[in-house]
Design a protein around this ligand. Structure first.
Ligand code: MRU
Length: 353
C-alpha cells in the first residue's frame, strides 16, 4: 500500500471524529466515525486508538465533541458539560502524559474563551483540538528530521510496540526516524518485537512498515536479546509514554528488557518522542503511574485460553527504563544526550511546557 493510501489514524471531520479501530488490525481495516465523546473515551480505554500522541489527540477531539454536543445556554453550564467529558477522557489511561497534557490544553482554551458564551467557546474548543492534531503531525515530521542522521545506510533497527503512524496523527516517533532515513535514500530494515500481550508490534508495526515498503521482520519479544547477540540488529529505537525529569522513560512493557540487552551488547538505545512527553513534574521514573490491565489479556491469546483458569496474572502495560540505559532522546526540539536532567530541561522555554 503506497504511503498515500495508508489511512489517517485519526481525523477531524468538522463535526465528527474518524479513527482507525486498531484492535481489528491487521485482519480488518475498520474505520469508526463518531460525534460522541464517550465513544472516543471507550476507544482509548479499549486500545482501539492507542499510542501516547494519538490518545492525546483523540482526547482533545473528544473534548471538542463534548462542547459541540452541549445544549447549555450559559458559560457556567457549558463549562460543567465540558469538564465532565474532560474528566472521563483523561481518566481512560494513566501512563501517557500526552493525555493529560492535551486535556489540559483544552481546559486552558476554555478558560481563555472565558465568559464569551457557549457559541464562541464551542468554536474555541474545536480550534484548539484541531491545532493539537495538526501540531502532532508537524512534531512527527520534526522528530524524523532530527533522528534520521542517527541511522546509517544498511542499519537494522529493532523496535518494540508501535511508535509509528498508527500511534500518532502523523508519521510516528520511532518509526518517523526510520521513514525519514528511508526517504533520504538509506537502506534500513526493521526487526519488530511482537509485543505481548496485545501484539502491537506483530499486528501494527509490521502492518504499517509493510504498507510503506520497509523491510520488516517480526520476532518474539524473548528473541530480541538473541537478535542482538547474533548481530542481526545494530540499533534500537522505541517510543515513550512519559519521560521523567531525570530522563527515565516509561514505554510499553518489555522495553526495559530490550534496553538491558542493548547495553549488554553495546548497541545504541534511542528513544523518540515529542518534547511534550517530558513530564518535568515527575523527578524520576519511580513516580510514573503504570497502568495495570485486565488478566484476560495475558491469560487468553487470540481469544483462546493459554493459562490455567483462575491463575494469578500480573499485567503491567508499561515499564520504566532508567536514563542510564538511554543513549539519546530524539524529540522535535533536537536530540538530547545525558545527563538528561540538564539537557532536556534546558530546552524548556521559561513559560513551559
Ligand atoms: O498500550 P499502547 O499500545 O498505547 O502503548 C504504546 C506504546 O507504548 C508506545 O511505544 C508509546 O505510546 C509511544 S507511541 C509514539
Amino acid at each position: 500500500m503506497p504511503r498515500s493510501q495508508v489511512p489517517k489514524t485519526i481525523e477531524w471531520l468538522g463535526d465528527r471524529v474518524r479513527f482507525v479501530d486498531q484492535s481489528k488490525l491487521p485482519g480488518e481495516l475498520s474505520i469508526v466515525e463518531t460525534g460522541d465523546y464517550r465513544v472516543v473515551a471507550a476507544a482509548i480505554a479499549r486500545l482501539e486508538v492507542r499510542g501516547a500522541p494519538a490518545i492525546g489527540v483523540a482526547a482533545a477531539l473528544g473534548v471538542a465533541l463534548a462542547g459541540n454536543a452541549s445544549e447549555a445556554t450559559d458559560a457556567a453550564a457549558f463549562g460543567r458539560d465540558v469538564e465532565t467529558a474532560a474528566r472521563v477522557l483523561e481518566s481512560t489511561r494513566p501512563t501517557a502524559v500526552n493525555l493529560r497534557w492535551a486535556v489540559g490544553r483544552m481546559r486552558e482554551a476554555l478558560r481563555r474563551a472565558g465568559s464569551s458564551g457557549p457559541v464562541a467557546a464551542r468554536a474555541a474548543l474545536v480550534r484548539e483540538a484541531v491545532a493539537v492534531l495538526e501540531e502532532d503531525r508537524e512534531l512527527c515530521r520534526s522528530i524524523g528530521e532530527h533522528g534520521a542522521p542517527l541511522i546509517a545506510d544498511g542499519d537494522t533497527v529493532l523496535t518494540h510496540c508501535n511508535a509509528g503512524s498508527l500511534a500518532t496523527a502523523g508519521d510516528g516517533t520511532a518509526l518517523a526516524v526510520v521513514y525519514a532515513a528511508a526517504d533520504a535514500g538509506k537502506r534500513v530494515r526493521v526487526y519488530a518485537d511482537e509485543t505481548r500481550p496485545l501484539l502491537q508490534g506483530a499486528r501494527l508495526t509490521a502492518w504499517e512498515l509493510g504498507a510503506r515498503g520497509i523491510d520488516v521482520t517480526v520476532l518474539c519479544d524473548g528473541a530480541a536479546a538473541s537478535a542482538m547477540a547474533l548481530g542481526l540488529v545494530n540499533k534500537v529505537i522505541v517510543g515513550a509514554d512519559r519521560i521523567a525529569a531525570n530522563g527515565d522513560v516509561a514505554n510499553k512493557v518489555g522495553t526495559l528488557s530490550v534496553a538491558i540487552a542493548a547495553a549488554r551488547h553495546g548497541i545504541p538505545f534511542y528513544v523518540a518522542a515529542p518534547y511534550s512527553t517530558l513530564d518535568p513534574a515527575i523527578e524520576t521514573g519511580a513516580a510514573i503511574p503504570i497502568e495495570e490491565r485486565p488478566a484476560e489479556e495475558v491469560a487468553l491469546c487470540g481469544g483462546r485460553r493459554v493459562a490455567p483458569e483462575g491463575v494469578r496474572v500480573w499485567n503491567p502495560a508499561f515499564d520504566v527504563t532508567p536514563a542510564g540505559l538511554v543513549t539519546a532522546i530524539v524529540t522535535d526540539r533536537g536530540v538530547f544526550r545525558p545527563p538528561y536532567r540538564t539537557s532536556l530541561l534546558a530546552a524548556r522555554p521559561p513559560s513551559g511546557p
